[in-house]
Design a protein. Sequence first.
Length: 133
Amino acid sequence: MKKMKLTMGDYVVYARLHTDKVPQYIAAMEKAFPAKGLVRHAKICDNEWMLPMPFGIDVDEPENHVRPVPGDIGYNRMGQFFCSWYAPMEPLGWTNLIASVDANDLPEYGRRMKEIWTKPGATIEMDIVEVEA
């Protein structure tokens, strides 16, 4: 089974891909990944990080618009960045949902992302990898 792998320093977490909703986006990401960059926090809606991409993902597929909850990972096609919410927040709107961190991983995911907020300059690497089911 394929999952999105997020690596932040010594911390690694896997997210379930929403291949049933956005298969073309995920196929395009597989070709473009791995991607790595500086984590940016979006404190406007609180508890959100963003990773600007040096490339755009342009596919002819409807976006999977949802109101995000902690653990969701979205892709903003207009701004060309990935974003994720890691703790309770008030989102500004809908997101194109690509993947979701498992609920069991949310406490550590949230703790690690809050830690990165206090220590600017951290990087995140995103990839799509094969993992055992």
